[in-house]
Ligand binder design. Structure first.
Ligand code: FEO
Length: 396
């Protein structure tokens, strides 16, 4: 893809990664993009870099607008290597007069690239930089997604360059939100939020408040991943508000792994009970579902019901995997319970319940265990537990 003018003299010059399928444990099954933006004013500034293997693509796109040697400032909104991996080569090529980043950004850049001799200039929230006709205002956004992160706001263009905020891992030939399917776009944005930002939800709330307090007028949000927002700006900001407040629907997620289908029968009976009460149910057998797709459904669920057969005095390994992943992302405001079949020792359901308790899930029923293969009565009990939990969900 060639460069693309998104605002007068502001060009998208990033790279499209059609092939990435894993982003530190997140299944990026539709690829991603590493967006970078070139502003051509009296001073020329490049906002964000790209992942190291995409340096030629970045340089090619810059060349279509300006000789890379004419770039004055490199603005590093975020140090994670999907946005800074190509920085050493770009610094060599461009020889910028300034590399602008937050104080934490400078520290992290030195810790990544071991170049304390680069021409850093650190900025704080509210500080501005004039490029000539355009002014950049910086806003530190700690932990969205790393301590060094910041947004850059171009007031004259009402353009917010938002780094990881408002992103989606989705490789497309289109660049704007109104050029793609709306529902698929929001499902990628939700998946991104659930898997990257969920644990920082209190900080996202604070950030949304700060953006409001600063009175930034925004008619385009340009994240570093995925589509740029120009037609659904209010909608994505509202979605971030809801996701970060961790509001929920009358929805339950039933997650299980099974050895000889006994735990699976229990899961299906629990789901039946939930459905009888009118609850939306999403059910995942861990043998066929990726942890990051499951977390996307957990985002707005009220109940988290998890089961595993017992293997070697513990839970099945895929259940341990998702519990570890989920615990890190800190979903809040959930109720739930644990279940599972066993042969003789039966620790799995108890261990899952402990993990749910650690995540502050409100345990609505003691864990349900069935020896070997469930009887008709056992399955009736599963349906009943589903119904009881369903009633609580529907009661609000
Ligand atoms: Fe897209 Fe935190 O990196």
């Amino acid at each position: 893809m060639q460069s693309f003018e998104i605002k007068p003299n502001v060009h998208w010059v990033g790279a499209i990664d059609w092939n990435i399928r894993d982003f530190h444990g997140y299944s990026t099954n539709k690829g991603s993009t590493y967006n970078a933006f070139l502003v051509k004013d009296e001073k020329v500034a490049l906002f964000d870099i790209v992942k190291k293997p995409f340096v030629s693509e970045l340089l090619h796109n810059i060349h279509a607008v300006v000789d890379p040697g004419k770039i004055d400032y490199l603005i590093v909104n975020h140090v994670e290597m999907d946005h800074s991996g190509a920085l050493p080569e770009i610094v060599e090529r461009v020889k910028p007069s300034k590399i602008i980043c937050s104080e934490m950004g400078k520290k992290a850049l030195i810790e990544h690239y071991h170049r304390s001799d680069w021409p850093y200039q650190t900025v704080k929230s509210g500080e501005t930089l004039s490029l000539g006709n355009k002014t950049v205002q910086f806003l530190e956004t700690r932990m969205v997604h790393w301590p060094d992160s910041m947004f850059s706001y171009l007031a004259e263009d009402r353009l917010l360059i938002s780094s990881d905020g408002f992103g989606q891992h989705w490789a497309t030939s289109e660049r704007f939100d109104d050029q793609v399917d709306h529902s698929e776009l929001f499902s990628h944005a939700a998946k991104y939020y659930a898997n990257i930002l969920l644990l920082y939800s209190p900080l996202v709330q604070k950030l949304l408040g700060n953006v409001q307090k600063m009175g930034l007028e925004i008619d385009m949000i340009a994240p570093d991943h995925g589509l740029l927002w120009r037609s659904h700006v209010g909608e994505i900001i509202n979605a971030y508000d809801e996701w970060s407040r961790q509001t929920f629907k009358n929805k339950a997620v039933v997650i299980y792994d099974t050895m000889w289908h006994s735990t699976e029968s229990m899961a299906k009976s629990i789901a039946r009970g939930l459905m009888q009460e009118g609850v939306i149910v999403k059910m995942f057998n861990l043998q066929f579902s990726h942890r990051s797709d499951i977390l996307t459904e957990v985002l707005d669920a009220r109940a988290l019901i998890m089961g595993s057969a017992t293997l070697n005095n513990g839970m099945l390994p895929r259940m341990a995997d998702i519990l570890c992943y989920m615990k890190g992302l800190k979903p809040l405001n959930k109720m739930g319970f644990a279940f599972g079949s066993y042969g003789w020792s039966g620790e799995a359901a108890k261990s899952i319940q402990e993990a749910l308790e650690e995540m502050k899930v409100e345990i609505v029923e003691p864990c349900l265990r069935v020896k070997f293969v469930p009887t008709h009565d056992d399955l009736k009990q599963c349906v009943e537990m589903g119904r009881k939990t369903g009633k609580r969900i529907m009661a609000g």
